[in-house]
Design a protein around this ligand. Structure first.
Ligand code: IMP
Length: 429
């Protein structure tokens, strides 16, 4: 059976949760590979809304195995809450969830440092992080000062080391950032409690995944955030701290790159971004407001209003290339229903020159002026469309134009929040 990756091609919030939820029915195992509880995957099932942060979206489909891979940073306290919340709403979580023993642990001081660093950054240097401790946890991982899930299960080791790690970080919090310290006892106690709860789920997930592949099981890799938030290829430093592109799947799961057969990139029919950083097609006007309200563009994790703008094909090309997409899922096209005309950015003008690639530096991206093409809108409700033929001609032309500019075929079009609100586009169309 084939494996498939679902990755975001913009700045996150493309609607991956819904696509993964839909595709999880055709796969046996759903795997998170990077990021942490900064992600907020909103899935609506039978009118019930679920905002998942760490648990893969496949948990909402009975009979599926869900895996949190080693590339994810796990807040154990948050994970326990998420599991309890799901169980409270009647979703079974138990043997259908595995957590990597190599995944790094988000500690109380990581969350405190994330917020303190963000507060200290001045004006334009602010990243607008989710405050979930993501950056400091990955920083500790790479400077070899982190705890992994396996470490917190080893109580003897954990209790020997934790006081010193808290003291080191408290020094920073107190002396450099001038904020309140975290409690050493409280930190140790909350982790020990959560570790005991999570113990039955923690295992060598790389080994398990290899076994699943050998058994011919279908595996779906659930990306978090989007390519423009990638630590290497995003709008650095206004990015998250992991590799959000398909490349991160191998290191984040322990599977070889050759284990990924298909890559479905998710693009929203317009663009949004939360947090700060350059966003060439942003519309700080009525258009942006209309997109935000019609699209319900408020963060699933932080509730922050998302910045909104037109579709950016320079971004799409950059991301399709980085991910090696074999298909595109285009989401929320129904949000554009009310527009007379819609704009698509086809290139940028940078310092008087036309460019068609995405520049490396945030300062250069900030100076990019979008070159727009105006396309006529459809002014028809598309939310009930379930077949390609149901879409108005202008909407079909819009899709055709986007895929030509992005360099990859649109294979799915999503027209609403519900699982059923999707058009699967067959080869001939
Ligand atoms: P962090 O990942 O919390 O460090 O935040 C870094 C940047 O990534 C900020 O601009 C966040 O708003 C953004 N970000 C992180 N996770 C998500 C997500 O799931 N969706 C959209 N933006 C995100």
């Amino acid at each position: 059976m084939k494996t498939m990756a679902v990755v975001g091609l913009q700045w996150g919030d493309e609607g991956k949760g819904k696509i993964v939820d839909l595709l999880s029915r055709q796969h046996d195992v759903i795997v998170r590979c990077q990021g942490g509880s900064n992600a907020g995957h909103t899935v609506v099932v039978e009118g019930e809304k679920y905002a998942l942060h760490l648990v893969p979206s496949g948990i909402l489909t009975p009979g599926k195995m869900n895996v949190i891979g080693n590339g994810v940073v796990i807040d154990p306290v948050g994970l326990v809450e998420e599991i309890e919340d799901l169980r409270g709403r009647g979703v079974a979580v138990g043997e259908n969830l595995m957590v990597s023993d190599r995944a790094h642990v988000v500690m109380s001081y990581h969350r405190a440092l994330d917020r303190a660093q963000e507060r200290k950054r001045s004006g334009g240097a602010k990243i607008g992080t989710t405050g979930r401790g993501i950056g400091p946890t990955y920083a500790d991982k790479y400077r070899r000062g982190g705890f992994r899930m396996g470490d917190i299960l080893d109580r003897g080791f954990f209790e020997r080391v934790v006081a010193e790690r808290v003291a080191e970080n408290n020094f920073l919090l107190r002396e450099y950032f001038g904020v309140e310290e975290v409690s050493p006892e409280g930190t140790a106690a909350e982790i020990v409690r959560a570790a005991d709860f999570l113990r039955p789920l923690v295992t060598d997930t790389a080994l398990q995944l290899r076994k699943f592949i050998a058994e011919g099981k279908g595996i779906l890799f659930e990306g978090a955030q989007g390519a423009l938030l990638d630590i290497d290829y995003g709008t650095y430093p206004y990015v998250t701290s992991s590799n959000t592109t398909a490349a991160g799947i191998a290191t984040g799961t322990g599977l070889p790159p050759s284990a990924i057969s298909e890559v479905l990139g998710v693009l929203k029919a317009y663009t949004t971004r939360v947090g700060t950083g350059p966003f060439p097609t942003e519309q700080e006007n009525d258009v942006g407001e209309k997109l935000r309200e019609s699209g319900g563009e408020y963060g699933a994790t932080t509730g922050r209003p998302r910045r909104c703008g037109w579709f950016d094909a320079v971004v799409a090309r950059h991301s399709v290339g980085l991910n090696g997409c074999t298909g595109i899922a285009l989401t929320k096209i129904d949000v554009l229903d009310g527009f007379e005309t819609v704009k698509v950015c086809t290139a940028y003008e940078l310092d008087g020159r036309r460019i068609e690639h995405f520049p490396a530096g945030a300062a250069a991206v900030e100076r990019c002026k979008p070159v727009y093409e105006e396309i006529s809108g459809w002014k028809v409700d598309t939310s009930e469309a379930r077949e390609w033929a149901d879409l108005p001609a202008e909407a079909k032309l819009y899709v055709a134009r986007l895929e030509k500019l992005a360099g990859c075929r649109v294979t799915m079009v999503s027209v609403g929040r519900e699982r059923s609100a999707v058009i699967m586009r067959s080869e001939g169309h």
